[in-house]
Every structure is written in structure tokens, then in C-alpha cells.
Design a protein around this ligand. Structure first.
Ligand code: NAD
Length: 435
């Protein structure tokens, strides 16, 4: 099939590469010329495990190409996937659909043969109806159907998740469009649950799923707070809870709160949609407020730990919102750093993949270290904010020699408390019992 993909970000690019690997002819369009120039030159614009090889292989095979021309991506395509951003509106916090509607307007001109327009972006209920109306208005002769094809991939595992999805949800009100999508996803038919639902249900499934996972994270963080006061250990509690198949083990790691490009904006958008139709979803509203507060509380813990030290130097391990990605959008690490900077903290940070993206946000407000050991040199506190495996594997005896004051605040529960204490560190973590 010929596939056009609009938007070559964290969703569009791995999806394009994956679909090309399945044998489709994929043309990816982005309006940012620099991105397309890099991609055309064979340079990836995001970090994703396993992406590089497939990217190179499919370009070489002639199945994957990049352009800034909407016409080249859309004309003659069987399916056009919209994978542009849907950021939160700065004032109302609902999903801002300006990129969606602008993409729909642009693509409408180039629809020639029958085309399925599939929205991969996370969009509020009813957006498919609006896209359809907009296209009909701009190009009444267009032969197309608009469907919802929500994306569930996890950053850092995008390629793995593309080829091994837990489920595929297709929100279609058209049998013709459904038949096209069945053909596109035929390689998954035997190994993955494919759910066919109405367009509005599909749009809701995406938000309801993300909000549920965010609530699960916030819940275990509240249980961690309880454990800290009651003498229980949240890792043991989470293990016991997760053994119940009705609860499940995942998303029960207590930490410093959820973040990233999806959960914060999707919970806000879901909350907005609930209010808009007169049924506020209190659980989500509480989760958002609690999660915001949590990052401030974590920053306060750090400030309290170094309060007595004049001109304290704080080392930070981790900037990305989670391991396996360079994405710093709404990263809890960045929020904690912002709160520390408000208190004029002197921060040196290291992240294995996100130094470039973080630097574009923080500029010269912090110092960037070349590696995790240089980062802790002469520091008074080490704060672990992202769960990169290399931090768990760090040689703490080296860290102990390099630091000025031996304090570690492990907000991702990465380190072994006993080993850390044995090296003379003052150690704080999240909801674990270790004395
Ligand atoms: P992104 O910001 O990384 O990428 C979006 C890309 O779209 C950008 O490169 C931008 O330049 C391009 N773009 C915007 N308007 C365009 C236009 N008119 N023509 C061509 N290109 C255009 O965003 P993302 O993280 O890939 O997310 C995209 C959507 O997928 C969002 O709705 C998001 O909520 C959803 N989603 C994201 C993830 C994730 O892990 N990032 C997972 C599931 C769903």
C-alpha cells in the first residue's frame, strides 16, 4: 500500500519506519525543513532503540522517503496517517487542535483516489467528525473516509511496540475504510487483538486508557507516602498488589510522578472534556493536582537536605521523562529542576540521551556534565530523577570519593539501600523501608 504520514515526530517516524518494514511504500511529510533535511541525509531526529537499522534499511530499499511536500505524501495514497502534535492549550488545558486542522486543510487539496484518513494523534471525542466536515468543505469532490487509529506505543520502546502491540483499536464508521485498515494490519491479525469500534469510542479509549495509567501511577505514589509514615515498604506492597491479575504489575513503581508528552496533557484534556459535557471526572482532576504537587514536594526534599550547606552543589542524574528516550517534554526531572532553580540551586546534570533536548529547554541555567561521574564531582547531593539502568549499575564507591557531601536522593528507587548506606551515604528514596 502507499501510505502518507503527516508529522515525523515520536509517533510518525517509528510508525513510518515500521510500516515500510512491512512492505508498504511510505512517504513521511513534516513542515520542519531541518528535520526533513536530516532524515533525508540519513540522520535520525529522535532517539529510539532499534530505529536506526530499520530506518537505513527501508530507505535503502526505496520504501521510505521524506519530504516537506504535502502533495507528495498524500497524492495517490491509500492511507494517510495524521501524527501531528496535540499539545495542551496554554489557558484552557484542553487539547489544542490547530496542527490537526491545519494538516487536514492542507491534505484535503491533494486527495485524488479513495483515501482513508486515519488520525493517529490523540484527539478529543468528535475530532474525527470535525476533520471530515473540514475536508468536505475544502474539497467537496474528495473521496475519503476519516477514521480514528489511536497510537499506544511507548517512547523508548516504539519499534518494539509497533511490531508487538498489546492491541490495535480501529474507530471507523465506514465499512470501506475498515476493509482498507484490515488489509494494512493483516500482518498483525493472527497475533494481536484488533478491536473495531465507532470513531467516538476509539477517540475515548485513548484518553480513558492514558488517564487510567496516570491514576495508577499517582495511586502508588500516594501509597508510597503512606508507607513512609507507616513503616511499610512500597516495593513489597506493589509486588503483592501486582500479583493480583485484576490489578497487574505495571505502572506500580513509586517515584516522582508521571510526565512526558502524553500523560500530563491527556489527563488535562480528559478532565476538560468531562467538564465540557457536564460530567467532571473527579478522579482525574485529583490525579492532576496531586501529581503537580508531588514534583514540588520532591524539590522541597532536596532543598531541605542541603539547607545547612552554604553554596550547595546539586548533581542530577536524569533529565528525560523516562529511560530509553531523549524526550524531555513535561519531564518530571525538568519540573524538579525548575523548582530547584527558583531557589537558586547550583545544578550539574547528566543524562545518557537527553542532554541535547534538555539544553534546548534549560539553556545555561544548569551545567551539563560529560558523564555520570563527572556530574557528581564536588557535589553535596546527588538526585536521581530518571530510571536509566546505568544509574542502578553505578560504582558508588567512585561516587563516594568524588562527592563533597555524601547525600543521595533516589527518587526512582534505583539503588540498593543497604549498599548505599554501607558506603556512608545519607540516603533517601521513595516509600522503601531499609533501616
Ligand atoms: P511530535 O511533536 O514529536 O511530532 C509531531 C510532528 O508533526 C512535528 O515534527 C511537527 O513538525 C509535525 N507537524 C505538525 N503540523 C504539521 C503539518 N501540518 N504538516 C506536516 N507536519 C506537521 O509529536 P508526537 O510525540 O509524535 O505526538 C504526535 C501525536 O501522537 C500527539 O497527538 C500525541 O499525543 C500522540 N501520541 C504520542 C505518543 C508518544 O509517545 N509521543 C504516544 C501515543 C500517542
Amino acid at each position: 500500500m502507499k501510505i502518507g504520514i503527516i508529522g515525523t515526530g515520536y509517533v510518525g517516524l517509528p510508525t513510518g519506519v515500521g510500516l515500510a518494514e512491512l512492505g508498504n511504500e511510505v512517504v513521511c511529510v513534516d513542515k520542519i525543513k531541518e528535520k526533513i533535511d536530516d532524515l533525508k541525509a540519513g540522520k535520525l531526529t529522535i532517539y529510539e532503540d532499534g530505529l536506526q537499522d530499520l530506518f537505513e534499511k527501508n530507505i535503502a530499499a526505496g520504501r521510505l522517503s521524506f519530504t516537506t511536500s504535502m502533495r507528495k505524501a498524500v497524492e495517490g495514497a491509500d492511507v494517510v496517517l495524521i501524527a501531528v502534535g496535540t499539545p495542551p492549550h496554554p489557558i484552557t488545558h484542553e487539547a489544542d487542535l490547530k496542527y490537526i486542522y491545519s494538516a487536514a486543510t492542507e491534505l484535503s487539496t491533494y486527495l485524488t483516489d479513495y483515501t482513508v484518513i486515519a488520525t493517529k494523534s490523540t484527539v478529543p471525542v468528535g475530532t474525527g467528525d470535525n476533520i471530515e466536515q473540514l475536508i468536505r468543505l475544502k474539497n467537496p469532490a474528495a473521496r475519503c473516509d476519516v477514521i480514528s487509529l489511536p497510537e499506544f506505543l511507548r517512547e523508548g520502546f516504539a519499534i518494539h511496540d509497533f511490531f508487538n502491540p498489546d492491541r490495535i483499536v480501529v474507530g471507523s464508521n465506514s465499512e470501506k475504510a475498515t476493509a482498507v485498515i484490515k488489509e494494512l494490519y493483516a500482518p498483525f491479525a493472527d497475533k494481536t487483538d484488533i478491536l473495531y469500534v465507532s470513531r467516538r469510542s476509539s477517540e475515548t479509549i485513548k484518553y480513558a486508557s492514558n488517564a487510567f495509567l496516570a491514576m495508577k501511577i499517582h495511586y502508588i505514589n500516594e501509597i508510597a507516602n503512606f508507607c513512609e509514615k507507616s513503616g511499610a515498604d512500597v516495593t513489597e506492597v506493589a509486588k503483592g498488589m501486582g500479583m493480583d491479575a485484576r490489578i497487574g504489575k505495571r505502572f506500580l513503581n513509586a517515584g516522582l510522578g508521571f510526565g512526558g508528552s502524553c500523560f500530563p496533557k491527556d489527563t488535562m484534556a480528559m478532565a476538560f472534556m468531562g467538564r465540557a459535557v457536564g460530567t467532571p471526572i473527579e478522579l482525574i482532576e485529583t490525579t492532576i493536582a496531586g501529581n503537580n504537587k508531588r514534583k514540588e514536594e520532591m524539590a522541597e526534599r532536596v532543598l531541605k537536605a542541603v539547607k545547612q550547606i552554604p553554596n550547595a552543589k546539586i548533581a542530577v542524574w536524569g533529565l528525560a521523562f523516562k529511560d530509553g528516550t531523549d524526550d524531555c517534554r513535561q519531564s518530571p526531572a525538568m519540573d524538579v529542576i525548575a523548582a530547584l532553580l527558583k531557589n537558586k540551586a547550583d545544578i550539574t546534570a547528566y543524562d545518557p540521551k537527553a542532554m541535547g533536548t534538555a539544553c534546548r529547554i534549560l539553556g545555561d541555567k544548569i551545567t551539563y556534565a560529560d558523564d555520570m561521574y563527572t556530574c557528581v564531582k564536588d557535589a553535596d547531593a546527588l538526585v536521581i530523577l530518571t530510571e536509566w539502568k546505568q544509574f542502578a549499575d553505578a560504582d558508588l564507591s567512585v561516587v563516594a570519593q568524588l562527592m563533597r557531601s555524601k547525600k543521595i536522593m533516589d527518587f526512582r528507587n534505583m539503588l540498593n539501600p543497604k549498599n548505599t548506606l554501607a558506603l556512608g551515604f545519607e540516603y533517601q528514596c521513595i516509600g522503601r523501608k531499609f533501616d
